[in-house]
Ligand binder design. Structure first.
Ligand code: SAM
Length: 231
């Protein structure tokens, strides 16, 4: 029987077990449970070529960029970024120590480093010209089954993390968010940004999105992904 047919009947239990998983991961990686966002470590080389290309064009006048990949998993995202940003300093911040170890073991590039996702450590390496938060500000597949996300991923937790990312970014720099469960435009800090996703970058895709009260937005198509910090 398919998981998505069985799950609605056991949603309460499923979300309870997921909450236990966030707590367990928080304990294992010595982090508060609400800093464990996406638990899956899925990644692959050149996963977001449209975004990487668009940002490299926006930042063309600055060849010596400093880039943060927040939620860098096993490192493929940082290694892919090198292709688009040949001279950049690239820092991958990853909360899962097992993934981080793999990223470090596979890295031969001295201008790429992988660090624990602890604000003080990220700040030591910042501020950054670009912050990528791709497939990390979400709870998937949990969000696919939720009509209300607030019990496992409240909007306040998303907004707190977005404010943290804002703090790592230089004025004039770009915050790039893909596959998040909430809309950046619903945060208060959005007023410090201008949207600059070039039109037609990719076909907008349907992704589980929720309003600031945690209610699912029906048929939402994600298209606003690149934001420039103006203050
Ligand atoms: C699905 S992977 C995405 C990897 C890559 N960004 C990509 O798009 O291919 C999400 C990663 O975010 C990490 N993660 C979750 N919460 C985090 C946090 N607070 N700080 C840093 N990494 C986090 C997870 O451990 C996981 O490796």
């Amino acid at each position: 029987m398919k998981l998505n047919k069985v799950l609605p009947k056991f949603k309460g239990l499923y979300f309870f077990l997921k909450r236990m998983k966030y707590k367990w991961m928080g304990w294992k990686f010595d982090q508060p449970a609400d800093r464990i966002i996406q638990t899956a470590s899925t990644t692959f080389f050149d996963r977001h070529p449209d975004l990487f290309q668009a940002v490299s064009e926006l930042a063309i006048s600055n060849p010596n960029l400093s880039i943060l990949s927040f939620g860098s998993s096993t490192g493929e995202e940082c290694q892919s970024l090198r292709k688009y940003f040949p001279n950049a300093k690239i820092v991958g911040a990853e909360i899962n120590a097992d993934s981080r170890k793999k990223a470090i073991a596979n890295n031969a590039d001295e201008r790429i480093q992988f660090i624990d996702s602890v604000p003080s450590k990220i700040n030591e390496n910042g501020p950054f010209d670009v912050v990528f938060a791709l497939s990390v500000l979400c709870k998937n597949p949990e969000a696919e089954y939720a009509e209300d996300l607030s019990s496992i991923y409240p909007f306040a937790t998303y907004e707190k993390m977005v404010n943290e990312l804002h703090g790592y970014l230089k004025v004039g720099g770009w915050l790039v968010i893909r596959s998040a469960n909430y809309r950046f435009k619903d945060t208060a800090i959005n007023n410090n940004y201008q949207l600059c996703s070039p039109a037609g970058m990719r076909e907008p895709i349907e992704f589980p999105k929720f309003d600031a009260s945690g209610k699912k937005l029906k048929g939402f198509l994600e298209s606003e992904e690149i934001f420039q910090k103006i203050k």
